[in-house]
Design a protein around this ligand. Structure first.
Ligand SMILES: Nc1ncnc2c1ncn2[C@@H]1O[C@H](COP(=O)(O)OP(=O)(O)OP(=O)(O)O)[C@@H](O)[C@H]1O
Ligand SMILES: O=P(O)(O)OC[C@H]1O[C@](O)(CO)[C@@H](O)[C@@H]1O
Ligand SMILES: [Mg+2]
Length: 324
């Protein structure tokens, strides 16, 4: 049975991710289709605390589906971690007559949504982070585009590494998780991937592999280092010392967070935004929209946050086998 919802808010929080605009568009259009008005909260939770809010309508999101970044801006708001800040955010929702709030971001953003739900503001989280590190969801908006951006950059690096017969050590984002590094490393045909989730024997899995590769005619190498593993420079120094191969380090950094979202991110953001509005209309609160085997559904935030996600073991094994 649908609950009478008249006005909702939408915000993006934490690190931005390609597809957040597509999510905002989907939320605004899904709400408008049911005569629900939408307020855009700017700069994440700080927009709620400081009243940085804009009115949105179906036409105000025209053309944003293809744009990277987030038109609502994003922030990491420390004040939200204090009782006073949280209370201000909840009071703003009440003052503005917000019947429900959709919060797109990572695990921190869901904790904010959970805290607001406890204050009586119905909240629905949507996973948006390039790290794909949300345990309860197969997928997070932005992951696919970030992979494609990293791949495009590393393919270019390979050209110059091949010409100079060098080794390229590339640091990929992902915070404490190696999902992005594994996916990217597999797609670029990396010789080895250093992941926080898997122990790697440096001598056999990097040095020996490079040595055998060289004997068999491989004249250059790409080594991927997940930022959560450690310093790419240290890995490069170790490789140089052990092999004598001329080695260069590239830290891809924030370029991985930009760019026009891929088809996957636009479509997933559209599905998740629609599902989040439906969840509010059904009277749900303290839930996070997730992809479960590519079915978009929702689960309790606390339950969702308690889940962890290991690396894709089949992908890891396949990569280990083909990287010869
Ligand atoms: N325990 C909490 N209670 C209330 N608000 C929180 C809590 N944890 C985080 N937040 C809010 O959520 C914001 C975003 O969290 P965080 O910086 O961890 O990013 P994230 O959402 O995990 O995204 P990503 O890791 O992809 O950058 C924080 O800046 C803060 O405003
Ligand atoms: O943009 P900031 O604050 O430097 O954060 C960087 C972090 O955010 C992410 O891009 C997304 O969580 C991580 O991969 C990275 O560790
Ligand atoms: Mg996070």
């Amino acid at each position: 049975m649908d609950k009478q919802i008249r006005r909702i808010g939408v915000l993006t929080s934490g690190g931005d991710a390609p597809g957040m605009n597509a999510l905002i568009r989907s939320v605004v259009r899904s709400a408008s289709a049911h005569d629900i008005s939408v307020l855009g909260i700017r700069r994440g939770y700080s927009g709620l605390i400081n009243g940085d809010i804009i009115e949105m309508g179906a036409r105000s999101v025209d053309g944003i589906i293809r744009k990277g970044g987030t038109m609502l801006y994003t922030a990491r708001c420390k004040e939200m971690l204090t009782e006073e800040g949280l209370q201000k955010a909840a009071d703003t929702c009440r003052y503005l007559g917000i019947d429900g709030l959709i919060c797109c971001g990572g695990d921190g953003t869901f904790r904010g949504a959970q805290a607001l739900s406890r204050k009586g503001v119905p909240c629905i989280g949507v996973p948006g982070t390039i790290d794909n590190d949300i345990g309860c969801s197969d997928y997070t908006i932005g992951f696919d585009t970030a992979c494609n951006t990293a791949i495009e950059c590393i393919d270019k690096l390979r050209d110059t590494m091949q010409s100079h017969e060098r080794c390229s050590v590339v640091e990929v984002m992902g915070r404490r998780a190696g999902h992005l590094a594994l996916q990217v490393g597999c797609a670029v045909g990396a010789t080895a991937i250093c992941l926080p989730e898997r122990q790697l024997d440096f001598d056999t899995e990097i040095v020996e592999r490079m040595r055998i590769g060289r004997i068999k005619g491989r004249n250059h190498h790409i080594i991927i280092v997940a930022e959560g593993y450690g310093s790419a420079q240290d890995v490069a120094d170790q490789i140089h010392e052990a092999t004598g191969i001329d080695t260069r380090v590239t830290i891809l950094g924030h370029i991985q967070r930009g760019g026009s979202p891929s088809a996957m991110d636009r479509v997933m953001a559209t599905r998740m935004g629609y599902a989040a509005v439906r969840a509010l209309m059904e009277g749900k609160t303290n839930r996070v929209v997730v992809s479960d085997n590519n079915i978009v559904t929702d689960i309790d935030i606390e339950e969702g946050l308690a889940q962890s996600k290991d690396l894709n073991q089949c992908l890891f094994e396949a990569q280990q086998t083909v990287a010869i």
